[in-house]
Unconditional design. Structure first.
Length: 247
């Protein structure tokens, strides 16, 4: 009969993220700020601990047991910040959730959707899942419906499809489909496999066709469907676990 392997010490940022407090990246900031203690000693970035044997505290409070994995799909409206808090006092994605989910669950946005844009955004309390879904090496696909000003030429669309360099670095190819023209604008569907800062808006501006409206309609295989703007739904484990790694 095989013996069960005893628990191994784990990196503290992983344990903090697993407790649903924040993402691993934010947990690293907490460690660097000296806010984490293990067995009475201030922990350092890179330290490990066994949650079953060591006393781990954050700001003097015991680290709670890992929260059950929770993933939500939110249809973010324009004007809402993809963050847990905003220094400028603007509404955040957590303000769209009921209090029992917005507080004490450790939910945080998985990736970002800029404030002026709308559409699909995932929220999770699972730091490991967040890392898998945001790390560039996985090249997770995201689908967008975009209105741009004017009518891009065939040459302009070809440049976009090839990947327009940004900040002196090449961009990955983009699938671009023209859906229609009206009111002096063009509706496009885009499929991206990278998520650089304001990539669609900056590319459209460089090509001479500024974005009028931008909606993300799907992340991997998970689409908005009939989810109304400003509303959310809980994803069951099969929906998000089956997408690791996502196409």
């Amino acid at each position: 009969m095989a013996h069960e392997r005893p628990p191994q010490p784990q990196r503290l940022q992983k344990l903090i993220a697993a407790a649903g407090i924040c993402s691993r990246r934010h947990a690293e900031d907490l460690l660097q700020a000296g806010r984490v203690q293990v067995n009475g000693r201030t922990a350092q970035l890179g330290d490990r601990a066994d949650p079953n044997a060591d006393e781990i505290r954050l700001d003097g409070q015991p680290l709670r047991p890992p929260a059950p994995p929770l993933v939500l799909l939110l249809n973010k409206p324009a004007g809402v910040v993809s963050s847990c808090r905003d220094p400028q006092g603007r509404p955040t994605v957590l303000d769209l959730l009921p209090p029992e989910l917005a507080q004490g669950q450790g939910l945080h946005p998985v990736g970002r959707l800029d404030t002026a844009s709308r559409g699909a955004l995932l929220l999770s309390n699972d730091g490991a899942l967040t890392l898998r879904l945001t790390h560039p090496r996985f090249q997770h696909s995201k689908r967008y419906r975009v209105w741009v000003q004017g009518e891009p030429s065939a040459e302009g669309l070809a440049r976009w499809r090839a990947g327009v360099p940004l900040d002196g670095r090449p961009s990955l190819p983009v699938a671009v489909q023209v859906l229609g023209h009206r009111r002096g604008g063009t509706e496009l569907e885009l499929l991206l496999r990278e998520g650089r800062n304001r990539q669609i808006r900056r590319t459209a501006e460089l090509l001479g066709h500024p974005v009028l409206d931008l909606q993300r309609t799907a992340i991997g295989a998970i689409g908005l469907g009939a989810l109304p703007e400003g509303r959310w739904r809980r994803l069951d484990r099969q929906e998000w676990a089956a997408q690791d790694p996502w196409p």
